[in-house]
Design a protein around this ligand. Structure first.
Ligand SMILES: [Zn+2]
Length: 251
């Protein structure tokens, strides 16, 4: 069993999302679908109801900052009571696209972290060019979760682990010039790593340029295994166990 802990494998992103979900099922791949806004959250909830290899993470990502009302947050709070919801995500901060609304981004992030706290759910966190602010906010919340598609320093990864977070590793670890990421997996404990694809983005070698799918998670496993001098089965077993524990999945 393999668990892709972060992807966006739904109909608004793919023509054949459900076909691929079924193919994942045949290959014993479970997926945690992540919504990013009101519409994709609904898609995620629907697919998680329909397929038993699909779990739901729902939330409002950074691009919703300034647009989310109290009513929208109430809606999220009602939706997470659904049994298929295993996390709040993806949520977080992104200063790559805009730095102009930092206050609104932090406000939306904080409010959803408080909901996670109230319902005792882990969070799936997006952080781009915002690692210090993300850390400063999470440090005081006493939550758990994953820093998805981690791209920061090794030192910072260790700090996130110390406050209870897992480090999400994706396709970029297979990129030839990404020595930093391969070094990272060697320096942190495999017990703190989650594997993910972020499909449809971040296709690994040798699928770069194609639309990514959770079926490509095997390339991430292979790369981690070769760097740690362990078998692919061993990496699969450990990262699956990590995901089962963090998200309290009943499989
Ligand atoms: Zn994502």
């Amino acid at each position: 069993m393999i668990i892709d802990t972060h992807c966006h494998m739904y109909n608004s992103e793919y023509d054949d999302a459900e076909k691929i979900i079924e193919l994942c099922k045949k290959n014993n791949i479970y997926i945690i679908l992540n919504g990013t806004d009101k519409n994709s959250n609904l898609e995620v909830l629907e697919l998680s109801k329909k397929y038993d290899n699909v779990f739901a993470a729902i939330g409002y990502e950074y691009s919703n900052a300034g647009k989310i009302t109290d009513l929208d947050l109430e809606l999220l709070e009602n939706q997470i009571k659904n049994n298929n919801v295993v996390a709040i995500g993806e949520i977080g901060l992104d200063y790559y696209w805009t730095k102009d609304n930092k206050i609104q981004q932090k406000d939306l992030f904080n409010k959803q972290l408080n909901i996670a706290k109230k319902y005792n759910l882990p969070v799936i966190v997006h952080s781009r060019d915002a690692v210090q602010d993300v850390y400063d906010i999470l440090k005081n919340k006493n939550l758990t979760g994953s820093i998805h598609c981690y791209s920061g320093s090794i030192e910072m990864a260790k700090e996130f682990i110390k406050i209870g977070y897992f480090i999400g590793i994706d396709g970029p670890i297979t990129f030839k010039n990404n020595k930093k990421q391969r070094q990272l997996v060697k320096e942190i404990n495999i017990n703190n790593i989650l594997i993910e694809t972020d499909s449809p983005y971040l296709s690994p070698e040798p699928k770069r340029g194609e639309k990514n799918t959770p079926l490509n998670i095997k390339y991430v496993i292979k790369e981690i295994a070769s760097n740690l001098d362990k078998s692919e089965d061993e990496i699969t077993d450990i990262t699956t166990k990590n995901a089962l524990n963090l998200f309290d999945l009943s499989i």
